[in-house]
Design a protein around this ligand. Structure first.
Ligand code: SF4
Length: 601
């Protein structure tokens, strides 16, 4: 098919992009990249001179390791040869030829948000960037269309309140990237050694109890990253989160930098008001929460602080050993005080300090608030948290959700780190209609099922590191338990496929990490199980309960555990984590073994 310049009709459709109207139709009118290849070729300028690697600060940091006679890791060597932000021509060439990248190019493509995920799937996954997880209905429709035209027709909500489009063919990377840019989504740096999607409280600005609206901070941080080249090509990946003290936790204590809003009362060494405490070095896959620095920042100081902290990490983070390159390891080596002193040198203001104990306790986290209908701080308006089993949405569901947001709300969609989404600004008289339309999409809002607390990483259906099919096993557990056991409080079950722990198994009530399990002469997909994890005010790293459980045995085992909990808890208010803490591991095993369960017919 030959495609010439856009017709008037097409131009009018394109105008709809910026208006957010008729977007999916507009996308269908656009030529794909492959189709556009039939246009007369326009010569593209090539970069002149030497290949340009990392921006200065990162390159100077590498120079210091080399001067000390150290060997850079393979990824650092690749970053030294070329800057992943500048490989657009290479991405275009691969798309034109229908080629997948090889070797370290696979790593470099992640700077553009494109992950070649073979052998799990012989295709690309595109990870987006959605600051604070907040997007418009028109953006959701646009992503739905891209997933349908160029991917597998679905997206996954991630544990960073983000979206992934999967099963993108080799010819369509450019189509997806251009389409995302058209709807205002810029995925640069969503993978590789870059700052990942900036997260924030999903109920920011509508939360009855929040201390501060974190939306502006998430957006400012996002744009700071996009417009500063030195924020790319760090020693390793980096996570930043803002928690406004509302009903739903942003899990900021699992981030490299977590900003947590607090209230300081009269009579302290700083003026009374709302501040952000700074926590550093969270990486729960390595069993570490972020550490409180004792610092108090005003909202307007957060972005400069984050930028200065990233710069210290750029300068001093390890470039030789990938296993020791995260911020946690620099903090372990230096201690918090030295790191903070280095950050302070790069700031135009003095840092205020106050012990955590001198601040007011964080407003209570409501573990049910990410699901079901809840009142907003705006009178007569509600938001609904929609269950997305293991985070997956078909394109038709995405369009349906966008329509609900437009028809009954303000057209705003809020993704959460719990792999579900919220639709806000619904008047009470529209609640019935929203429920009806959600049901018609095959979705639900109920907060009391096992399904409501399930978190699963991609697993071996789409990630080469996984030892098990996490999403499928999570669904099997939920299907089995939902008809057999009724819970009156949320139980978080986190399934992660490997030690990267994208689903943060150490902070789940029940955490599972994929493993190959030898059983008789056969090898089965299975898990090691951990119990009693928590986050925020209930921070706890889960302890190992069982090793080498076959996936097929999991649903029944989890049923025994939940029945034992319901039978033996001290009161209805006792949480699963508190129950676990009262027993030794052997005592728990006894309790679980004693549970008799009816075998399904
Ligand atoms: Fe892949 Fe491991 Fe992350 Fe799961 S935890 S998505 S298996 S890297």
């Amino acid at each position: 098919m030959t495609t010439q310049a856009f017709t008037e009709e097409q131009k009018n459709y394109l105008d709809g992009f910026t208006m957010g109207a008729g977007l999916s139709e507009a996308m269908q009118m656009l030529p794909t990249f492959a189709q556009a290849l039939n246009l007369p070729e326009t010569p593209r300028p090539r970069d002149a001179g030497e290949p340009q690697g990392l921006a200065d600060a990162n390159r100077l940091a590498q120079d210091r390791f080399l001067a000390a006679g150290k060997k850079l890791s393979l990824e650092e060597q690749a970053k030294r040869k070329a800057n992943g932000l500048d490989i657009w021509d290479q991405v275009m060439d691969h798309a034109r030829d229908g080629r997948f990248p090889k070797g370290t190019d696979i790593f470099m493509f992640k700077f553009q948000g494109m992950f070649y995920v073979a052998p799990a799937q012989d295709s690309f996954m595109c990870r987006l960037r959605i600051p604070g997880g907040i997007m418009s209905s028109s953006q959701l429709r646009g992503v739905a269309q891209l997933a349908e035209d160029f991917g597998g027709g679905y997206t996954d909500v991630t544990t960073r309140a983000n979206l992934q489009i999967r099963q993108i063919g080799a010819r369509h990377t450019v189509d997806v990237l251009m389409g995302l840019n058209d709807v205002g989504i810029i995925p640069r740096g969503s993978g590789a050694d870059n700052i990942r999607n900036v997260t924030a409280s999903p109920t920011a600005g509508i939360d009855l109890r929040e201390l501060i609206d974190t939306r502006p901070l998430a957006r400012q941080m996002h744009h700071y990253i996009l417009h500063h080249r030195e924020m790319y090509g760090l020693p390793r990946k980096f996570n930043i989160a803002f928690d406004g003290g509302g009903a739903i936790s942003a899990l900021e204590d699992t981030n490299d930098i977590g900003f947590a809003a607090v209230l300081v009362d009269e009579g302290k060494s700083v003026e009374a008001g709302v501040y952000f405490r700074v926590q550093l070095g969270g990486i729960t896959g390595h069993k570490d929460f972020a550490r409180d620095t004792g610092l108090l920042l005003k909202a307007e100081q957060c972005i400069p602080f984050a930028a200065a902290a990233v710069k210290v990490f750029i300068e001093h983070g390890d470039r030789t050993d990938r296993r020791k390159a995260r911020l946690k390891y620099l903090l372990d080596k230096w201690g918090l005080d030295k790191f903070v002193q280095e950050v302070e040198k790069g700031l135009p203001f003095k840092l205020a300090r106050l012990p955590l104990s001198a601040c007011e306790p964080r407003p209570i986290i409501n573990r049910m608030a990410h699901l079901g209908f809840h009142a907003q701080k705006q009178p007569n308006l509600y938001y609904v948290g929609v269950v997305l089993p293991v985070g997956r949405m078909r394109s038709a569901q995405m369009r349906g959700l966008a329509d609900i947001a437009d028809r009954y709300g303000s057209g705003t969609i809020r993704l959460t780190v719990w792999q579900n989404l919220l639709i806000s600004d619904i008047p009470p008289e529209k609640v019935g209609a929203v429920k009806l339309e959600l049901r018609q999409l095959g979705l639900h809002w109920a907060a009391t099922s096992v399904r409501a607390g399930l978190v699963a990483c991609t697993g071996n259906a789409g990630c080469k590191y996984a030892a098990a099919n996490t999403k499928a096993h999570a669904t099997e557990i939920a299907d089995y338990l939902d008809s057999r056991i009724k819970l009156d409080q949320p139980i978080n079950i986190h399934l992660t496929g490997c030690h990267n722990s994208c689903a943060q198994h150490y902070i789940g009530d029940i955490g599972l990490i994929g493993a190959k399990v030898n059983y008789g002469d056969e090898v089965f997909e299975g898990y090691h199980m951990f119990v009693g994890g928590g986050y925020g005010p209930h921070q706890d790293i889960a302890r190992e309960m069982y090793r080498d459980v076959r996936a097929i045995d999991l649903p029944e085992l989890v049923e025994r555990m939940l029945r034992a909990f319901l039978e033996n808890r001290l009161a209805a208010e006792e949480t699963f984590r508190e129950f676990i803490k009262r027993y030794t591991t052997d005592e728990l095993k006894d309790l679980f073994d004693k549970q008799e369960i009816a075998v399904a017919a």
